[in-house]
Design a protein around this ligand. Structure first.
Ligand code: BES
Ligand code: MN
Ligand code: ZN
Length: 493
């Protein structure tokens, strides 16, 4: 078992723990404004060696051995709270967690002495602590034996109740991000389409209505595009539909649609071996949608939302779809399959059409690890954003900055759409070498039926990349915080 983490809040008094951390901003040493708050720790600042040199710079640390045992650290948090945007507190929480973990302490008191550290900032700091604490080590036999089984962190603040409720509210979103990471990190032998659908069905406990459609039902709906991807696999496809009704009874829902390819070998157009193991993460879009639905339900968001995820495995076999095959999507559009490795768009075409047809949503946002080309364009720093709606696009750009999950807008234009024309069918699933992410987006746009829509190509941001202050695991959970922020800022109440 991984170490469990508990985060509590308490007043700025009676500070007792194995380890006490005074979390101090620049200029907030006892000579400055912090003095009154620090007294609760019993620190004799004048007698502490190195105190004079402590300026509170981000990461600066002073290790003090106070009389009476215990360990006391004075840790610089950087710029004063009044000069710190809310989204910087998540990273602060992450780097604080790294410091705490290195000490191997079981109980830690963090004294947050800044007047400007309002409850929302403390909520964000706690989110950073949890995000950094996350480990996916369930398949490791040897565990870190020095680390205690349980870690309790108490945040000492001026208003503990307000901080606690901010931590819980922001914590719902963290729950969603961590669920998405778990799903992305899980290997495909454990998490097939059926198992993923079962994980989605577990959201029912939190009040989400979940339906799982099986191949017979998908066939009856005419989803020849989604189903053709699953044909080569021994494991059957699933479509999971998750509804959260926290808004007004008749309000049109927001719709989130995810690509859930539990493993992408490329199919008959098989991928090279190098890094193919990464393709267990090709369900990162579906993971984000599932995590988002959990977040919305956990914090009882005042909104109607629906999540639809297409779950398939893309394998080569004697039953697999071939290059040149023509399939028919639920919309009636015929598709020539040029490349069986361009399977994500086949899955999403039916999932998008079904979603707009059944739910008449206010908008649809789909997430997909759709193209390697978006990694060429944007690396691991931004997800690609494509949209037919300028307002939705700017809301997503802003939400991305606020949530530290950035997106960058890419173009759509008729000249690209024309590249989808096929010799034998209405459209083809793969075009020439250029503009691969854009033509993929145009393919999806053919199935949104004019509904306000945005497509997030998260191939570069869902997994891999380098460790950050808030994530050291492979799976990122990208998209949950971003979309939760979008909902909070524009679509609730
Ligand atoms: N799942 C891949 C895209 C991908 C690549 C995601 C690397 C994450 C990391 C997708 O299904 C795919 O294979 N796309 C092809 C499309 C091409 C065949 C038109 C690609 O990007 O090469
Ligand atoms: Mn593929
Ligand atoms: Zn794929």
């Amino acid at each position: 078992m991984s170490q469990t983490l508990q985060i509590k809040t308490a007043a700025l008094a009676d500070v007792t723990a194995d380890l006490t951390i005074i979390y101090a901003a620049e200029g907030n040493t006892p000579e400055g404004a912090g003095a009154a708050h620090w007294s609760a720790t019993g620190l004799d600042w004048a007698a502490a060696s190195g105190a004079g040199a402590f300026k509170g710079k981000q990461g600066q640390m002073l290790d003090v051995l106070p009389q009476g045992g215990g360990r006391l650290l004075v840790l610089g948090s950087g710029k004063a709270a009044s000069e710190t945007p809310l989204n910087a507190w998540t990273d602060r929480g992450g780097s604080l967690m790294a410091k705490i973990a290195a000490t191997k302490a079981a109980s830690v008191a963090v004294v947050i002495d800044e007047p400007g550290a309002n409850p929302a900032a403390v909520g964000e700091l706690a989110a950073g602590l949890r995000l950094r604490h996350y480990k996916f080590d369930k398949y490791k036999s040897a565990k870190d034996s020095d680390a205690p089984a349980e870690l309790t962190i108490t945040l000492h603040v001026s208003d503990p109740e307000a901080a606690q409720s901010a931590i819980a509210d922001r914590g719902a979103t963290v729950d969603g991000t961590l669920l998405a990471r778990d799903l992305v990190n899980e290997p495909a032998n454990v998490l097939g389409p059926v198992e993923f659908a079962e994980r989605a069905a577990e959201l029912a406990r939190g009040g989400v209505e979940v339906e799982i459609l099986e191949p017979e039902q998908l066939e009856a709906l005419g989803m020849g595009s989604l189903l053709c991807v699953a044909k080569g696999s021994d494991r059957p496809a699933r479509l999971a539909i998750m509804q959260w009704r926290g808004g007004k009874a008749n309000a049109a829902p927001l719709a989130f649609v995810g690509k859930g390819v539990v493993f992408d070998t490329g199919g008959i157009s098989i991928k090279p071996a190098a890094s193919m193991e990464d393709m267990k993460g090709d369900m990162g879009g579906a993971a984000a949608v599932t995590g988002l639905m959990l977040a919305l339900a956990t914090r009882k968001a005042k909104v109607n939302a629906v999540g639809v995820i297409g779950l398939v495995e893309n394998m080569p076999s004697g039953r697999a779809v071939r290059p040149g095959d023509v399939v028919k999507a639920m919309s009636g559009t015929t598709i020539e399959v040029i490349n069986t490795d361009a399977e994500g768009r086949l899955v999403l075409s039916d999932a998008l059409w079904y979603t707009q047809d059944r739910f008449k949503p206010r908008f649809m946002i789909n997430l997909a690890t759709l193209t390697g080309a978006i990694i060429v364009a944007l690396g691991h720093e931004h997800a690609g954003l494509f949209s037919n709606d300028d307002d939705l696009a700017s809301q997503l750009l802003a939400a991305g900055i606020a949530a530290n999950e950035k997106v960058w807008r890419m173009p759509l234009a008729p000249a690209y759409d024309k590249l989808l024309e096929s010799k034998f069918a209405d459209i083809k699933n793969s075009t020439g070498r250029g503009a691969g992410s854009i033509t993929a987006a145009h393919f999806l746009q053919r199935f949104v039926n004019g509904v306000p829509w945005a497509h997030l190509d998260i191939a570069g941001t869902a997994f891999g990349g380098s460790s950050t202050e808030v994530n050291t695991s492979w799976g990122v959970g990208f998209g949950v915080a971003l979309l939760d922020r979008l909902v909070r800022d524009h679509y609730e109440g």
